[in-house]
Write a protein that binds this ligand. Sequence first.
Ligand code: NAG
Ligand code: NAG
Ligand code: NAG
Ligand code: NAG
Ligand code: NAG
Length: 946
Amino acid sequence: MGSSGGTIKMSVFGAIMALLQFVNPAVASEDYYTGNETDRLALLEFKVAISSDPFGSFSSWNDSSAHFCKWQGVTCSTRHRGDRVAVLDLRSLKLSGSISPHVGNLSFLTKLLLNDNGFTGLIPPEIGSLGRLQHLYLSNNSLTGGVPEALGRGLKNLQVLDLYLNDLSGEIPAPIFNLSLLRCLSFSWNHFHGALPWNLGILLPKLQNFAVYANEFTGSVPASLSNASNLVALQLGYNRFTGRVPSMASSRNLRYLMIDHNSLGSGDDDDDDDLGFLSSLTIASRLDILDMSHNNFGGTFPEQVANLSTRLRTLDMGSNRISGKIPSGMRNLIRLQLFDASSNNLSGKIPWSIGNLQSLESLDLSYNKISGSVPLSIGNLSRLVLFSLGGNRHLDGEIPVSIGNCSKLIFLDLSDNNLRGIIPLEVMSLTSLSRVLNLSRNGLTGVIPAEVRNLKNLGSLDLSHNLLSGEIPHSMGSCLGIEVVNLRENLLQGSIPDCLGVLRGIQRFDVSVNNLTGEIPDVFQDMKFLQLLNISYNDLEGEVPRRGVLKNGSIILVAGNSRLCGGVPELELPPCNFKGLKKAILSKKWKIVIASTISSMLFLTLIVIFWIRKRGKQGSVADDDSKLQLSYQRLLKATNGFSTTNLLGTGSYGSVYRGVLTENGTTIAVKVFNLDHRGAFKSFLAECEALKNIRHRNLVKILTVCSGVDRQGNDFKALVYELLANGSLEEWLHPVERADEPPKSLSLSFRQRMNVAINVASALDYLHHQCETPIVHCDLKPNNILLDEDKVGHVGDFGLARFLRSSDDNPCTTSLTSSTIGIKGTIGYAPPEYGMGNEVSTQGDVYSFGILLLEMLTGRRPTNEIFEEGLNLRTFVQSALSQIPFPTEALDPILLNELRLRQISKEIVIAVLKISVACASESPQERPSISQVLARLKNPHFPNHI
Ligand SMILES: *[C@@H]1O[C@H](CO)[C@@H](O)[C@H](O)[C@H]1NC(C)=O
Ligand SMILES: *[C@@H]1O[C@H](CO)[C@@H](O)[C@H](O)[C@H]1NC(C)=O
Ligand SMILES: *[C@@H]1O[C@H](CO)[C@@H](O)[C@H](O)[C@H]1NC(C)=O
Ligand SMILES: *[C@@H]1O[C@H](CO)[C@@H](O)[C@H](O)[C@H]1NC(C)=O
Ligand SMILES: *[C@@H]1O[C@H](CO)[C@@H](O)[C@H](O)[C@H]1NC(C)=O
C-alpha cells in the first residue's frame, strides 16, 4: 500500500497514544511544616545533577528561600512526623542532566514524575529503595542502559511504570513482573529484547495497559493473557513475536489491541486456528482499534468479524495471508473508519453492503484476488479519503460513476485490474484528489477527459497501460500540483502540448509507447525538478531540447523515434540539418553562424519592409523615432552594459532595461528577448507583427527594432520602446519597498483608477474592433499597463498577442495565427477556457480586463492565497455584492478611506464592481464586449460622481 495509508495509520496511532496517556495524579498543595534534613539534602543533590533548566524551575530550590516543601514541583506529605517529600513532579520542564541517585533517599516518595524532559544517563538503581513508590514516570527522555533489577525488589507498591520512548535496552529483569500491583506497564519505543514470561497474565492480575510497542521482543504472546480480565490496551506491535495469539475471552474491557508488525500466525491458508482469537474478541464490547497487520496470519476471513464491537473504528488486517471473502455481515461495523485488508489472499466479490460503512475514511483492499465489479454503493462512502483496489487483477466492469460522490478522496488507486469502459468524468471531477489517481494497467478506452483540469492539486496521475486514445488534453496544464505524469503504453496521438510548461513541479513525465507526433516542446528544459522524461517509442520528430535540466542526458529517454535529431551527445542522435529559418536563428553553433546571419538579414528586411509599407500607407506618428537606428553597441552603452541596476523587470521571454541615449538624453525601455527560450522568438515575431501596424494613444509606442549579434556572437533581438515616467500599474497597486530607495507613497485615487480603466478599455476596443485584423492581447495584467507622466494608461507587452483568422491572411500573419493558444497568458488573469485549450478570443481579453478591474478596486491579486477551492477574486466580489449592506472592507483600503471621507459614493463603486464581475464571467458568452464596457464606463450619467 502507498504511504498514504501509512500516514492515516500513524495519525490513528498518535490519537491512541494520546488516549493512552496515563492519568497523572493531581498534585495537592500542602501546608508549611518544618522539614526533614535528609529530604532537603537529597533534593539539593537532585538539583546539582540538572545541567539545563531553561524555565528556571529550580531557581526556588535554594537554602535561603522557603522550606523545601514550597519548592517548585515538590509536594510534602502531612501524615508523617516532620515533612517528607511525597511527590516530585517535574514533568515537561525541558530539563536535562542525569537523575541523581540521591533521589533514592526520598524514602516517603509515592510519585516520581520526570517524564517529557531530556534526562540522560542511567536509571539509578537507588530508585529501587523507594518502597512507597506507586507511580514512576520516566517516559519521553533519553535514558540509556537497562532497567535496574532493584526496581523489581524495593518497589512492591508500584502501580505504574512508564519507560515509554527512551533509549533503554537489555532484557526486562524478571522481578519486574512480580510487582503484582502493576496496572500500567509501558516499555514501548526502546530497544528491549528477550521473551515475555508465559505467566504474565497471572503474575500481573491488575494489568490494564501493557505496552511493549516498537522493541525487539521475541517469543510468543503470553498465553496467560487470556486471564487478564482487566486489560484495556495491549500493544505488542513492531516486535518479533511468533506463534499463535491466545484467546482473549476474558478481556471484556479491551479497547486497543495492537499486535501488528510481528511474525504471528502459521501462515498456513488452511489453518483457521490462526484467527481463532478474533472470535474471542467479540466479548470486548468496547473494542476500538484492532491492528493485526503485517504478520503471518493464515486461514479464512472469519464471519465472526461481523460480530465485533460496533464501536470498532480501526480494523487493520493488511499484509497477512488471509483467504476467503469479505463477509457481508461487516455492514454491522457502522463506526469503522479504517478498514485495511490489503495484501492478503482474499477472493470473491466486494459485498454491496460495504456501502453501509458510512464512517469509512480509508478502505484498502488492494493486492488480493478480489473479482467482480466495483459496487456502485461505494458512492455512499462520502467520507472516504483513501480508496484502493489496486493489484487485484480480477476486478472487471466499469469504474462506477458514483465514485464522484466520494468528494473527500485524496487517494484513488484502481490500478492493475481488468476494468473496461471510459474514464468517467466524475472521477476527473474529484477536485479533492491531491495525492494519487492511479488507473493504470486496466483496459480503459476513450480519451483522457478534458475535466482532468479539475485535478489542480493532484500530485501523481498514472493512466499508463490502458487503451486510451485521442490527444493529451491541453487542460492538463491546469494540474498545477502535478509531479508525476505516467501515460505510457496507450494509443495517444497528436503532439505533446506546450502548455504543460506551466507545470513546473513535474518530476517524472512518461508518455512512452504511444503514437505521439510533432516536436518535443522546449518547456521541459525549464522544469527544474525533472528526473525522468520518457518519450521513447513514439513518432516524434525534430531537435531534442538540450538546455536547462535536459543538459543531463541521462534523464531523457528517446529510443524508438526515428525522426529525432540533436540533443546532448549522450543520446547519440544524428545531428540536425537546419533547414528551417527558426532553427538557424535559435542555434548558437558556429557552423551555422553564416546561415544565421543570412536569415537574420532576411528577417530584418521583412521588418523594414513592413515598416516602410506602413509608413507609406498611414504616415507614421513615429516618423522621427523610426529613423533611430540603434545597434547592439548603442543599446549596450545606453543601458550601461545591460547592468542589473538598469533592469526594470524580467518577463516570460526576456528582460526589460531602462536606457538613456547618450546623444539626446532620450530615455528608453529596451526589451531583450532571451532566445534560449524557443517561445521567445515567436514572442518577438508576435510583438513586432502586432506593433508594426498599430497606433493608439493608449498603447505603448515602439521606437525601433534591434536585431543583431551580441559580444559573444549570439543572436540578439530587442525591441525599444518609449519609457513611460510612472512605471507599471503593478507598482502602483502593489508597491514594494526597496532597500535602495526611500519608500514611495504610491497610491491612485478612485478617479485615477477609473481613468486608467478607461484607457485600457479604449486600447482593447481599438485592438479588437478597429484594426484591420482583430488582435487579441492575451496577457493583460497590471505589469503590462504602463503609466505616463500624467498617469495615462498605456497597454504594452504584446509578446503573446494573436491575430484572429481573417479572410485576407497574409503569409506573415498566418504563421502567427495559431488556432489554439500554446501559452496561456498569466495565471489568474487568463480566462478559464484557455486552460481547456480553447481558441483565443476577444472575450478572453475581456475576462482579463474584468480581473484587472477587480484587482484595481479590491487591491487583491487574483493569485492571493485566500483564493482557493472555488473561491476566486470574482466569486469573492460577487458574494460581497450579494450582502446587504455591502461590506466595504472588501475594497482597497485607499478607496475605503475615500468612501469614509465621502469623496466617492458607494453606488458608483458597486456599479463598477458589477461591470467587472460581468467581464470576469466563467462563460465567454456571458461577458460583454469591450465596446459595451467602454461605453458604460464613459457614459456621463453612469460615473456622475467621478
Ligand atoms: C543518601 O543516602 C546515602 C546512604 O544510603 C548517603 O551516603 C548519602 O549521603 C545520602 N544522601 C543525602 C543527600 O543525604
Ligand atoms: C531563592 O529562591 C527565591 C524564590 O523562592 C528567589 O527569589 C531567590 O532569587 C532565590 N535565590 C537564589 C540565590 O537563587
Ligand atoms: C528524617 O528522615 C530520616 C530518614 O527516613 C529519618 O531517619 C529521620 O528520623 C527523619 N527526621 C525527622 C525529624 O523526621
Ligand atoms: C516529549 O516531550 C516533549 C517536550 O516536553 C514534547 O514536546 C513531546 O511532544 C513529547 N513527545 C511525546 C511523544 O510525548
Ligand atoms: C498512429 O497515428 C497515425 C496517424 O497519426 C495513424 O495513421 C496510425 O494508425 C496510428 N497508429 C496506431 C497504432 O494507432
